[in-house]
Structure formats: C-alpha cells, structure tokens
Design a protein around this ligand. Structure first.
Ligand SMILES: C[S@@+](CC[C@H](N)C(=O)[O-])C[C@H]1O[C@@H](n2cnc3c(N)ncnc32)[C@H](O)[C@@H]1O
Length: 367
C-alpha cells in the first residue's frame, strides 16, 4: 500500500474525502486543504481521472516525523530511491510548503532537497536535465516538523478538465462549479438552469455529474510521461472502467448568458467535453428574460460580482435575482461575494463560505 495526498480548495475537503472513499481507498486523515489516504498504485490513475473536487494528487515517497535540522533532512531526502522515480534526463523541479515547522525557509528546503536528489542520482557528478524530455515535480511538505517527500502525479491542477475553450469573464473553477451542483440538491430529473453561464462551466459540470462521467477523461497527467514505476496500461484500464460506469439519460439542462460570443464558446466547450449538441440547451438572453420563460426547477448560477459589483449592472442583477428567488417554483444556489444578498429580498437562505480565486464569497441556497 502507498500513501497519497489529494489537495483540496479550502471548504471542499468533505467532498474530496467522499470521492476518495467512493473509489475504494482508505482515508488516513483530513486537514484543511488536504486529504491523506492509502491505496495501491491504481490510485494514481483512478483518483486523477475521477477527482471532481480535488486539486493535485501527490504520491508520498516518504514521511518522517520530528525533522528539525537540515543535516537530517538532507540525509532523508538523499536516501530515497530516486533512480526509480526520476526518468533519466528529466528536469527535476523541487517545490516546498512549510506549516508551523522548525525548517520553515522555503528556498532552503527546495535547495537542500535538490542537492540531496542530485547526490542520490549522480553522486558528485553533474545532473543532466533536458527540459524537452520531461519534467517531474517533487514537492516537500513540512507540517508541524513532519517531513513528507511527494511527487506531483497530476501536473496541472485537476480542476483543469481541458474542455474549456476560452475563459470568458471571471470563469469559475471547475471543481467549485461541481461542488455547487452537488450542494444544490439537484437530482437530475428536474430542469437545471444557469442564467449567467459564461464559459458554460456549471452546466457542463452538471451534465458530467448526471452522467457519472469521470472529469479527467480528456486531459493529460504528469504521470503519463513514461514514468517506469507506474505500470503501463494502468490509465487505459481505468479509463475503460470509467466508461463502463457512464449513465445514459436525458436531462433538461439550460445555460444562458447575455453575451453571444461567450455562449458560442460555451457550446464549443460542451462539444469538446464530449456532449451532443442537444444535451445542453444554450441561449443568448438576459437573465430576466430567461427567468420569464422558466417554469420550475433548479437555478445554479454565478452572476457578475466581486470587485465589479458596482459595474456591469451587478447590483441591479443581485436585486433582481433576490426577487426571483421569492417565486415558489425556484430552488437554487448562487455563488457571489455580495454579502448583502440575503437582505435584498424576503427569501431565507442558508449560506456557506468559500474562496473562489482568492476572493471570499458565499454559496446561498434558498431554504
Ligand atoms: C462571473 S461570469 C460567469 C462565469 C461562469 N460561471 C464561468 O465559469 O465561465 C458572469 C456572466 O454573467 C453575464 N451577464 C452579465 N449581465 C448579465 C445579464 N443581465 N443577464 C445574463 N447574463 C449576464 C456575463 O456575460 C458573464 O459571462
């Protein structure tokens, strides 16, 4: 069995924990932004393609408690079997994070680890690194004096599903959009609506969830770069397994936005995500017009907000939305940094704090 860390956005740890358990792996510990678990090597492929809410999957090479001086640190790092983990000629990038630890200087942690790895690979010789061959990221985590030496198996953050063609205005991270869909309580049968769809993230994530589609099917992962210690064929096997778990069904998912160019781009992203044209109904219209047509179901939206609340008519939009939520046939969640939202109408909301791109916002759910 191996140890892994799947990192998470602050506030999504419970989602990440659940998805790890759902894929059959055992949780060791959950901390802020971190879910530790154990599993066989399949976890590298399986959690990378299946994590809807996580950020990066790290394989933990070694873990040692009470590491408080750099000599001990150097020895532990250099004693790992780096020949096994680092393919010849690869560029070795070392990053580090320190939380409440005696060894807290990031650049020293990085520099000493790199020296230790080089010593382990080539002794006193010079390490030949060729950027064109590939790159491997070693991450050093010092947490309360516990050292974790880890390898980034994902590469880019897992929220990047690689279906989004253009980012539009203030796009939502895909894993946050997915969490909104789950939190909304939508059970796939009712109509689902995003009235401010931008690049289409919420609607695309909703359809992926409804179909039980693994979110990482279309993207590349760092571990695919011919790492000999990960069995060849593992990713293909896990993808085949994921394909067998797809649900077919018809869902009523609508996505609209006032800007024609973003709607066109969102359509292309939905196609790139693997969906047929009719699976998400896109339209170009203002939210108020869309609301007038709309009968009943779930609205999950991310209206213009934040620093631009006083621009783009955002304040008026929030006012209009608060009034719309007074309708009995409307359920839903919105994500906004408008802290006055719940006082704008007569609807009672449940709220949940979350950070989107470093900005504090709230999920508001009609009670
Ligand atoms: C924060 S962005 C949404 C981003 C989207 N969730 C994504 O992931 O790309 C807000 C969107 O609201 C749209 N918008 C602004 N005013 C609108 C209105 N009155 N009716 C409908 N959409 C509007 C903008 O064009 C923009 O795409």
């Amino acid at each position: 069995m191996y140890n892994y860390l799947l990192t998470s956005a602050l506030g999504l740890e419970a989602f990440v924990k659940k998805e790890v358990q759902k894929q059959g792996f055992e949780i060791r510990e959950v901390q802020d932004k971190a879910v530790y678990f154990t599993g066989w090597i399949e976890a590298v492929a399986r959690m990378n393609i299946w994590s809807r809410f996580g950020n990066v999957l790290y394989f933990i090479v070694d873990e040692q408690e009470r590491v408080r001086d750099f000599d001990a640190y150097f020895d532990i790092v250099s004693s790992q079997d780096w020949m096994k983990y680092i393919p010849e000629g690869y560029e070795v990038v070392v990053n580090a994070t320190a939380i409440k630890s005696e060894l807290g200087a990031i650049s020293t942690l990085q520099g000493v680890a790199k020296k230790a790895i080089v010593k382990s690979l080539v002794g006193e010789g010079k390490l030949r690194e060729n950027k064109d061959k590939g790159k491997i990221e070693i991450h050093i985590l010092m947490d309360n004096d516990t050292l974790r030496i880890m390898i980034n198996t994902s590469g880019d953050g897992l929220h990047r599903r690689w279906y989004r063609e253009m980012t539009g205005q203030a796009p939502l991270k895909e894993n946050i959009a997915a969490a909104m869909v789950i939190l909304s309580g939508w059970k796939y049968r009712e109509p689902f609506y995003d009235l401010f769809c931008g690049s289409g993230t919420i609607a695309i994530e909703a359809l992926m969830i409804a179909k039980n589609m693994a979110p990482g099917m279309k993207r590349r992962f760092a571990f695919q770069d011919s790492w000999g210690w990960i069995p060849r064929g593992l990713l293909d096997e896990e993808k085949k397994r994921a394909e067998q778990m797809l649900f077919e069904g018809e869902y009523k998912i609508h996505a609209s936005d006032i800007r024609k160019d973003v709607v066109e781009s969102a359509k292309r992203s939905a196609k790139f995500a693997g969906f047929k044209e009719w699976e998400i109904e896109f339209s170009c219209e203002g939210y108020d017009e869309a609301l007038r047509k709309w009968a009943s179901g779930y609205i999950v939206s991310n209206p213009p907000y934040g620093l631009r609340l006083d621009e783009d008519g955002a304040e008026e939009i929030h006012q209009g939305l608060a009034r719309a939520y007074e309708r009995e046939d409307i359920q839903g969640w919105i994500i906004t940094s408008d802290l006055a939202f719940e006082k704008r109408g007569n609807t009672k909301f449940k709220k949940r704090k979350l950070y989107n791109g470093g900005e504090m916002c709230y999920f508001y759910r009609k009670m």
